[in-house]
Design a protein. Structure first.
Length: 396
């Protein structure tokens, strides 16, 4: 079982460290908690001890047995995470001060160190704090940037501790090795072609499967860019850009560098020949002429370089494998995932199922499961294929 050391410092947001601990546990990680003495004024060590199942270190001397725990702890852990990290501990780490167990642990730690700041906006933006953060980045510390929001000072501003799920995601993805140095490009969600200023033609794709694939690739260490539809409400923890119409997606894809491209977006086949000005009034019959949209996937496939891998997605009502194989050849992709169009799976659902089809005719059945689990299977098979041909990324 993988283990992470969670350092908790004296911030009002220290209670969120409980959620961070839980998020690691949900992913099968063990957590060892180290608290500064002042942080115990915000959260009781007993809380962390009860949840983690391990003793909590709060003192430089009182809680130690051999006196070498600060060295042994890091040797037996994957990483050191400080969340929340106050301006005080950031300054200590930056200057190499070791006057308590946590700061001594930092200096002795040879494993990756992640730090999630949390403080008042004025403290965060102060030149001294910015200078200290810059120095820590130069020293190789991963800074999980704070968010903007309602602060303890009852004002809106920067300095709020990043969301616990985002923090855990950043740590695990930062440690990911299976797809290190692999550039992954993912599109997700539905395109929208506007008829007038308020109406459009689209589909019911939520973008859930594409977001899940982007997250899974990132957790394995890939360099991920997600192009997500403006209509999708899915939360993302990777670099994300939004698109709306097919032409906008086409424009955003142009010149992108990738090793593996997952075209999960549900791209519309038709668009209005012309867009009406303002809102069309309800007055008698309305005739709208539609034309074909660009076949983005085929355009990219035709420019594909050696060692790039393109994964297409399709939703079909029947004859899944036959139709999937036909579309795979039409789009000139390397692999295609075809899923059924029915209630409970696919579009807007939490679960999915289907078949992975390869250019050589092989098929792999993917049983019904959550879209996260389906993503793990897809990524695993695609990565095997990619490693089989091995190579670097290219530009469209």
């Amino acid at each position: 079982m993988k283990k992470v050391i969670l350092g908790v410092t004296a911030s009002i947001s220290a209670y969120k460290a409980i959620e961070i601990l839980r998020e690691f546990q949900k992913r099968g990680w063990a957590v060892k908690v180290v608290m500064t003495e002042n942080s115990t004024n915000f959260v009781s060590p007993l809380t962390f001890r009860s949840l983690s199942g391990e003793d909590v270190i709060t003192s430089q001397f009182r809680d130690l047995k051999s006196g070498l725990e600060h060295i042994e702890l890091c040797e037996n852990s994957e990483a050191l995470l400080i969340a929340p990290a106050t301006a005080d501990v950031i300054a200590k780490f930056s200057c190499g001060i070791a006057d308590d167990f946590l700061s001594s642990l930092y200096l002795a730690c040879k494993k990756p160190v992640f730090l999630a700041p949390a403080m008042n906006e004025e403290m965060l933006l102060h030149p001294a704090t910015q200078r200290n953060l810059k120095r820590l980045k130069e020293d190789g510390v991963f800074i999980i940037e704070p968010e903007s929001g309602y602060l303890a000072c009852k004002e809106e501003g920067e300095g709020r501790l990043a969301e616990p799920k985002r923090i855990v995601f950043n740590v695990i993805s930062g440690l990911g090795k299976e797809m290190k140095r692999v550039k992954v490009l993912v599109t997700a969600g539905a395109t929208r072609e506007f008829i007038d200023d308020v109406r459009f033609i689209s589909n019911s794709s939520s973008g859930k499967q594409g977001v899940a694939i982007a997250h899974e690739a990132a957790l394995m260490g890939a360099d991920v860019l997600l192009l997500l539809s403006a209509s999708s409400c899915e939360k993302t923890f990777v670099k994300t850009e939004r698109f709306d119409a097919v032409d906008e997606l086409r424009k955003r894809l142009k010149g992108r560098d990738f090793d593996i491209f997952f075209m999960t977006a549900a791209v519309g086949d038709f668009k209005p020949v012309r867009r009406f000005k303002e809102k069309i009034k309800r007055e008698g019959k309305l005739n709208i002429e539609f034309g074909m949209t660009h076949d983005i996937l085929k355009e990219i496939s035709q420019k594909k370089r050696e060692h790039q891998v393109i994964v297409a997605f399709a939703a079909e009502a029947r004859d899944f494998i036959e139709r999937g194989k036909k579309k795979l050849l039409e789009k000139e992709a390397d692999i295609l995932f075809v899923n059924p169009v029915r209630s409970g799976v696919g579009f807007s659902a939490e679960e999915n199922e289907g078949y992975l089809i390869f250019r050589d005719g092989r098929t792999k059945r993917i049983e019904r499961a959550s879209k996260e689990k389906v993503s793990k299977t897809i990524i695993k098979r695609v990565l095997e294929y990619y490693k089989g041909i091995s190579g670097g990324g290219n530009v469209l």
